[in-house]
Design a binder for this molecule. Structure first.
Ligand code: SF4
Length: 326
C-alpha cells in the first residue's frame, strides 16, 4: 500500500484564550480529534463555515502551528519531530495558495520578482535555465503571457493575480498545494477558470491538493474525498460521489442547500440552508455540536455526542439518526 502524502491521526488543537486581568483563561478547542488521509495525487476537500477549524488544520499541515495532541504526518514524516533543515524541505514540498490574491501579493513588487522569489530562496533552477526563462515558462503554464512579468499586481485582474499566486506556488516543483479558499475572492465567472487550471496542473504535475472552502460546490467539483467540518470535528467524510448522491448528515445537506454558484452543477440544492450562526468554540454545545441548528434534533442529541459511524467503505457520518436522514 502506498503511503498517504498527508496523514492526520486524532489531531487536536486548543488555544488558551486570555479573557482579561481578573478572569481565568479558557481553552478554545479549534480542532477536536480529526483523522484523515490524502493519497498522493488526489484532492481532499475540507468544507465548513468560518470557525469550523479548516484553516487551523491547514496551518498544522504546513508546519506553521503544532498540534496539541495527535499526529500530523506529511510525506511519511511526523511534522512535530522535524528539525529546522527538514522544515525548510517541508516548505519546498508543500506550498500554500491563499484566499485573497489582492493582499497575498506585494503591490510594490513586479510579477517577475514575486514568481521567482521561491526559486531564489530555495536555490532551484531547471537544467541551467535562467530565472527569467523559468518565470516565463511558469506564467505560460498558468495561462499568462511572458509580458505579465513586467507588470505590478494592481495592474492585473483578480483572476490574473490568482494565476500569478499559483505560478509562484508551483515554481519550486512542490508535491502538494494547500489551497485555502482559492476562488472565494473571485467573480463566479472566473472561479471555474481557476479551478479548471488547478485541475489541469494537478494532472500535468502530479500534485496532491488539500483544498479548503466554505462552498460545497467548489469542494465537490475538485475533490476525490470530502470532509465536512463543524466546530473542529468531522460531521461526515465521504467520497465526492457519496457526498453528492448520498449525503446523510443534516449539516452536509444544509451546505448543499446553500450552494449558490454554477460550479459543481451536480450538487443538488435540496432542503433548507442552515439557519443561525455557528456557536463559539469557547462554549460549544453539549451532545451533538450541531444540535442547536439541526432541524432533526431530538432530546438524545442534546445529551449524547454521536460517534463517526461507517456507512460504506469510505463513508462515515456523525449523527445518531443517519439511517433515517435521507
Ligand atoms: Fe441533528 Fe441529532 Fe444528528 Fe446531531 S445527532 S445531526 S442534532 S439529528
Amino acid at each position: 500500500m502506498t503511503l498517504p502524502f498527508i496523514d492526520l491521526q486524532d489531531v487536536h488543537k486548543a488555544y488558551n484564550v486570555h479573557r482579561g486581568v481578573f478572569r481565568a483563561g479558557k481553552l478554545l478547542h479549534a480542532v477536536s480529534g480529526v483523522s484523515f488521509r490524502v493519497p498522493e495525487g488526489s484532492t481532499f476537500g475540507l468544507v465548513g463555515e468560518s470557525g469550523s477549524g479548516k484553516s487551523t488544520i491547514a496551518r498544522m499541515v504546513l508546519g506553521a502551528e503544532a498540534a496539541t495532541s495527535g499526529e500530523v504526518r506529511v510525506a511519511g514524516q511526523s511534522v512535530a519531530t522535524l528539525d529546522r533543515k527538514q522544515r525548510f524541505q517541508l516548505r519546498r514540498m508543500l506550498q500554500p495558495v491563499l484566499q485573497d490574491p489582492y493582499s497575498s501579493l506585494n503591490p510594490r513588487i513586479r510579477v517577475a520578482a514575486i514568481v521567482d522569489e521561491p526559486l531564489r530562496v530555495h536555490r532551484v533552477t531547471e537544467h541551467g535555465q535562467s530565472l527569467k526563462d523559468r518565470v516565463a515558462q511558469l506564467l505560460e503554464q498558468v495561462g499568462l503571457s511572458a509580458e505579465t512579468m513586467r507588470r505590478y499586481p494592481n495592474e492585473l485582474s483578480g483572476g490574473q493575480r490568482q494565476r500569478v499566486a499559483i505560478a509562484r506556488a508551483i515554481s519550486i516543483n512542490p508535491r502538494c498545494l494547500v489551497l485555502d479558499e482559492p476562488v472565494s475572492a473571485l467573480d463566479v465567472s472566473i472561479q471555474a477558470q481557476i479551478l479548471n487550471l488547478l485541475k489541469d496542473l494537478q494532472e500535468r504535475l502530479r500534485l496532491t491538493y488539500l483544498l479548503i472552502s466554505h462552498d460545497l460546490a467548489v469542494v465537490s467539483y475538485m475533490s476525490d474525498q470530502i470532509g465536512v467540518l463543524y466546530l473542529g470535528q468531522f460531521m461526515e467524510i465521504a467520497s465526492r460521489e457519496d457526498i453528492i448522491a448520498n449525503a446523510r448528515h443534516p449539516y452536509t445537506q444544509a451546505l448543499m442547500a446553500a450552494v449558490d454558484s454554477t460550479i459543481g452543477e451536480e450538487v443538488g440544492r435540496v432542503g433548507n440552508a442552515v439557519q443561525g450562526e455557528i456557536p463559539s468554540p469557547l462554549s460549544p454545545p453539549s451532545g451533538c455540536p450541531f444540535h442547536p441548528r439541526c432541524p432533526m434534533a431530538e432530546e438524545r442529541c442534546r445529551r449524547e455526542k454521536p460517534a463517526l459511524r461507517a456507512f460504506g467503505p469510505s463513508h462515515q457520518v456523525a449523527c445518531h439518526f443517519a439511517e433515517s436522514t435521507r
